[in-house]
Structures are given as structure tokens and as C-alpha cells.
Design a protein around this ligand. Structure first.
Ligand code: NDP
Length: 448
């Protein structure tokens, strides 16, 4: 083991010791710092100034009580979180997740990933993430509204255009962002469009923000395929999830000539060999907020599977767009054996470390989430630009910017991997390129 590797092992031991019971955070840290030894060797000042040690410690962590009343008057208590992880490149920036599984460690893993993702966009944004263990599923609109109002009643004092700018994530879409913004505006007596992104375009939001993460993951896949001399025309695709990221990934795949045959939700997946009808998926998930199995009511020839694995279906391209650790080693092996060409992660950390290792050892092009799904936060940064200049751009212009950003991220990851002797390894490229960008800013600021 080299000195740099020993140093990284020691840092990782400390991370585990200082953050007990947070396995997802450990996993995210391990995946990044394991690839950084060559950078430490090349830049000794990063080690002297303990940049990795500092990058693994969130700048601030806020936890608060969120009491609210349901439609029957019963009182519920949830927990709210906001972690500002790193502000070397700009104000904290990252989404809010409302899901019953949310704990501090979940938010820390997401905020840590966000540090590198945001750096890859090349835009002036630091990293943060937040959310709550509130479950929006089955709640009425008024319950969601009362919850959001209570959540913002505490959160408002911690955010700001130049401090921390939240957005959506799982369970937080346009409806929730609207309620959150309304409460912020009411409490502060200020119409500060720049305090949240993911707003509706009718009141300060950017066109393409809703579509950006999914579209971006497809643009990233397209670039990876180009390197292999392939394209999306006629490619058979699997997309897990049927939320914001999945729906717009499917939309872009279809518009580029690919055929999406399956998508899922947390209860099961649908398989439609004739190609998924996206209008039905949007109606079921976005409008009715129902289960994906209802798709087969409209398309009786399609299959609904409750206990099977979506990744068992043979495909050319896989886009995991649901949640962390949803694609394991066995699934990765099946995808490889079925001749899958590329995996582009729309979700954050959807592939387990074992699955990633298999992809990296195979011919499958593997696009890690921090690069492949950076289109969402990049377009959020474009929303911030538009809010700051009181401007609004057309759909075409914004999508063109998104595509340029995704192509740049792809090339940055590809070229950096090659520079360090890991040609084709987008994970190493993404980690090193983004780490260097954050590290340089941290060095410039001194020990803070
Ligand atoms: P949504 O809440 O809109 O959708 C999540 C989808 O994933 C739902 O269809 C949900 O099903 C499904 N799902 C949840 N858990 C599982 C599971 N264990 N197996 C299969 N499906 C599951 O969230 P988003 O689309 O916004 O986010 C999806 C992922 O993308 C997350 O990892 C998020 O962090 C990441 N991401 C999101 C960005 C954004 O802009 N929104 C930006 C970058 C990353 P059900 O309806 O049953 O809950």
C-alpha cells in the first residue's frame, strides 16, 4: 500500500468512527476517496492541508421538529433535516427528500455526493441536501400543504439566495415547492425567487427544470454510446422508477428513437414489449398519484410483475432512476450477460459497490450518478441565473445549455480518467475531476 492509500484508509476509519450507524454515508465516502490516491500523490498540498478530511465533514447539520395536523385534527411529528456540506464553490445547493426512510445519514450521503456532482457542472454552486421522514404517499393536498408550511417555518431562517438554495428530490415536486415557497414568502414578506429552485415556470421557475435530470441522464448515455460507436436508435431500454427522473428519461429516450419496455415503482414493474406508453404513465403517476400497476388497466397486453426483478429483462441500455442500492451484484451480472451496452444512473447511488465493480470490469459503459444525473442541479443553477437577472429563457435555449453541460461533464470525466490511466472509467474520472475543483477552492480559502 502506498502512503497515499494508507492515508485514505485512516481517513475512512475516522469517518466510520465519527458517523456511526450511517452505512449509506460510509458507502458514498468510500466510493469517492478510494479513487483519490493518485491525486494526493500528484498534489501533496491536498494532503498537507487535510483537504480530504475536511471534505468528508459537513460544514453544518440542522435537525428540527416538524409538527403538523392531519385532516382529522390528529397531531403528527416528523423530523426535518438540512445539511450544508460544502460551500467552497458557491451557496449550498441540493434537493429536499420527503420519504419515510430519511435519516440524517441518508441526507449526509446525498449531500456528500452533491459536492462532487455540483462541482462537475462547472457552475458556482456548493452542496447541500435536506428533507424529512414525512411520507407524502396517501396524504391529501391539504395535509401536504400543512406539512410543507410547518417544515418551512423552521427552514426559512437557514436558507437564502446566497446561503443555501434547496430544490426537489424524491417526494418533493412542483406541488411541494409551491407550498414551501408560499410559506417562505409569507413569513419573510419578501418575494425572493432565488431561494428555491424547481419552481413552476408560471412564477419564477425555469423551463426544462422538471425534465432536466432525466433528459440529462439520457444525454450522458448518448455520449457514452458515441465513444463505443453506438447510438440510441432502436435501443431497448429499462428505466426503473416512474417518478420525476424516470418519466423524463423515458420521454427523451423515446424522442431519440429508443424503445423503453419497462419501468417500475416501489411495489413492482410493468413490462410492455410494444414500448411503454408514456402518456399513461404520466396520467397514473403524475396526475392520479397511483400505483404503476394501474398501467395495465389501459394496456391489457402489458405485464405487471410484483416480485420479479426489472433488470432480468434483456436490454441494450439500463437507467436506474428510482433510489439508492436498487441494482445489486446479481442484477449487474444479468445485465452484462444479456449484452447491455451502458448503464446511466439517473438516481443517486442506485448501483451497489459490488454491481459497480462488475460493470467497471466489463465492457459495459457505467455512468455514475454524480455525473449522469447532474443535469437537474445544473438546470437549477440556470434557474438561479434567470432569477438573479429577472429573465426567463425559452425551452429550446435552456435544453441546448443542458445538453452542452452534459457533454462537457461527460468529456471532463472521460478525459480525466484517461489522464490518470483509467481510460473508460467514468467513476474515477468523475471523482477526480470534481475533487480537484473543490480542493483548489478550499486551498485558496485557507483553513476554514
Ligand atoms: P420521485 O419521488 O419523483 O420518484 C421516485 C420513484 O422511484 C417513484 O416511482 C418510486 O415509487 C420509485 N421507487 C422508490 N423506491 C423504489 C424501490 N425501492 N424500487 C423501485 N422503485 C422505487 O423521485 P425522483 O424521480 O425525483 O428521484 C429519483 C432518484 O433520482 C433519487 O435517487 C433522487 O435522489 C435522484 N435525483 C433526483 C433529481 C431530481 O431532479 N428530482 C436530481 C438528481 C438525482 P413509488 O411511487 O412507489 O414511491
Amino acid at each position: 500500500m502506498t502512503n497515499a492509500q494508507q492515508r485514505i484508509e485512516a481517513i475512512f476509519e475516522q469517518v466510520i468512527k465519527r458517523n456511526p450507524g450511517e452505512p449509506e454515508f460510509h458507502q458514498a465516502v468510500r466510493e469517492v476517496i478510494d479513487t483519490l490516491a493518485p491525486v494526493l500523490e500528484k498534489h501533496p498540498s491536498y494532503a498537507e492541508q487535510k483537504i480530504i478530511e475536511r471534505i468528508c465533514e459537513p460544514e453544518r447539520q440542522i435537525i428540527f421538529r416538524v409538527p403538523w395536523q392531519d385532516d382529522n385534527g390528529e397531531v403528527h411529528i416528523n423530523r426535518g433535516f438540512r445539511v450544508g456540506f460544502n460551500s467552497a464553490l458557491g451557496p449550498y445547493k441540493g434537493g429536499l427528500r420527503f420519504h419515510p426512510s430519511v435519516m440524517l445519514g441518508t441526507i449526509k450521503f446525498l449531500a456528500f455526493e452533491q459536492t462532487f456532482k455540483n462541482a462537475l457542472t462547472g457552475l458556482p454552486i456548493g452542496s447541500g441536501k435536506g428533507g424529512s421522514d414525512f411520507d407524502p404517499k396517501g396524504k391529501s393536498d391539504s395535509e401536504v400543504m400543512r406539512f410543507c408550511q410547518s417544515f418551512m417555518t423552521e427552514l426559512y431562517r437557514h436558507i437564502g439566495e446566497l446561503t443555501d438554495v434547496p430544490a426537489g428530490d424524491m417526494g418533493v415536486g412542483a406541488r411541494e415547492i409551491g407550498y414551501l415557497f408560499g410559506q417562505y414568502k409569507r413569513i419573510t414578506n419578501r418575494y425572493e425567487s432565488g431561494i428555491l429552485t424547481g419552481k413552476s415556470p408560471s412564477w419564477g421557475g425555469a423551463l426544462v427544470r422538471k425534465e432536466a435530470t432525466g433528459y440529462g441522464a439520457v444525454f450522458f448515455a448518448e455520449e457514452m454510446l458515441k465513444i463505443k460507436g453506438r447510438d440510441l436508435e432502436g435501443a431497448k431500454c429499462l428505466v426503473s422508477g416512474s417518478g420525476n427522473v424516470a418519466i423524463y428519461a423515458m420521454e427523451k429516450l423515446q424522442s431519440l428513437g429508443a424503445k423503453v419496455v419497462a419501468c417500475s415503482d416501489s411495489a413492482g414493474f410493468i413490462y410492455d414489449k410494444t414500448g411503454i406508453d408514456l402518456n399513461t404513465v404520466k396520467q397514473v403517476k403524475e396526475v392520479e398519484r397511483q400505483r404503476i400497476k394501474n398501467y395495465v388497466n389501459e394496456h391489457p397486453d402489458a405485464e405487471y410483475h410484483e416480485n420479479d426483478n426489472i433488470w432480468d429483462i434483456p436490454c441494450d441500455l439500463a437507467l436506474p432512476c428510482a433510489t439508492q442500492n436498487e441494482l445489486d451484484e446479481n442484477s449487474a451480472r444479468t445485465l452484462i450477460n444479456n449484452g447491455c451496452m451502458a448503464v446511466s444512473e439517473g438516481a443517486n447511488m442506485p448501483c451497489t459497490p459490488e454491481a459497480v465493480r462488475l460493470f467497471l470490469d466489463s465492457d459495459v459503459a457505467y455512468g455514475p450518478g454524480k455525473a449522469a444525473n447532474a443535469g437537474g442541479v445544473a438546470t437549477s443553477a440556470l434557474e438561479m441565473q434567470q432569477n438573479a437577472s429577472r429573465d426567463s429563457w425559452s425551452f429550446e435555449h435552456t435544453e441546448k445549455r443542458l445538453k452542452e453541460i452534459m457533454t462537457n461533464i461527460h468529456n471532463d470525466c472521460y478525459n480525466t480518467a484517461e489522464e490518470f490511466g483509467y481510460k473508460g472509467n467514468y467513476m474515477v474520472g468523475a471523482n477526480i475531476a470534481s475533487f480537484r475543483r473543490v480542493a483548489e477552492a478550499m486551498l485558496a480559502f485557507g483553513v476554514i
